[in-house]
Design a protein around this ligand. Structure first.
Ligand code: 4FV
Length: 248
């Protein structure tokens, strides 16, 4: 997979791209990440990339010309690669969107700064807009890093164990079940017996039920779309009933 990043601060990506799983993915040739400095596409002697907004108001706006020139140069003739603007106005990033982006051989991430980008950038060169959440960042770079991380770990071979990404909580539409490892007892708190007994079917059932329990408690909205078995629906009904009793 190839990812091109358009940014005014290429060095911001040093940390995330040069450590751990993302570093190894690039070394193993599973992932190529190229950074492009938007300022390199300016033509005036001050290398201007932003200006005051027409119509007044505070802050600055990213100028259309350097940005569109940068996008068109980086994209070249490849009209398959999505050009994604990171913006609070975008569709909200989820595991499903990560899985969708992971199907592409290449995509381009455009990091805005200041109050945002000139609207004509969207009309000219942007094919998709993604938001990582309903809050305002100083720039799109951190959002780009989040997306690169979530998508890269879905590339076959990037995560050690092939099944790891498939087991993802959000991939299954439920929150993750509780994890335990050594020691078996910590300050009197023991690891659930079922995890030590070696009965894999019982472990799987326990993990599904604990994932449902946790989702019921923390993100009941996710249960509207979760794919539950008949038995799991009865388990959920018992949880709901127990809660109703507890609050009566
Ligand atoms: C953002 C988000 C975000 C808005 C103005 C950059 C900032 C500044 N991007 N998800 N939330 N972007 O806040 O993706 O240009």
């Amino acid at each position: 997979m190839e990812i091109d990043i358009l940014t005014l601060f290429p060095a911001m990506f040093d940390g995330p791209l040069t450590e751990s799983i993302l570093k190894r993915a690039q070394e193993n040739g599973l992932l190529a990440v190229r950074r492009h400095d938007i300022r390199a596409y300016t033509t005036d002697k001050h290398h201007s990339v932003d200006h005051t907004p027409y119509g007044g108001g505070g802050g600055m706006v990213m100028m259309v010309e350097p940005l569109v020139k940068a996008i068109e140069d980086v994209r070249g003739t490849d009209d398959q690669a999505p050009v994604v603007l990171l913006t609070p106005q975008g569709r909200v990033f989820t595991q499903k969107v990560a899985q969708e982006l992971a199907q592409h051989q290449r995509f381009i991430l455009v990091c805005g700064r200041y109050e945002g980008v000139d609207e004509r950038v969207r009309q000219t060169a942007i094919t998709d807009q993604i938001s990582i959440g309903d809050y305002v960042l100083t720039g799109g770079e951190l959002a780009a890093m989040v997306i690169i991380d979530a998508v890269a770990r879905l590339i076959p071979g990037v995560l050690g164990a092939r099944w790891a990404a498939e087991e993802d909580s959000h991939a299954m539409g439920l929150l993750e079940y509780p994890h335990y490892t050594r020691p078996p007892i910590f300050r009197g708190m023991a690891v659930p017996e079922v995890l030590l007994a070696g009965d894999h079917a019982a472990v799987d059932t326990w993990r599904r039920r604990e994932a449902i329990r946790r989702t019921w408690k923390q993100r009941p909205d996710m249960l509207l779309t979760a794919d539950l078995s008949e038995a799991e629906r009865w388990f959920l009904a018992d949880l709901a009933e127990a809660d109703a009793m507890a609050t009566d």
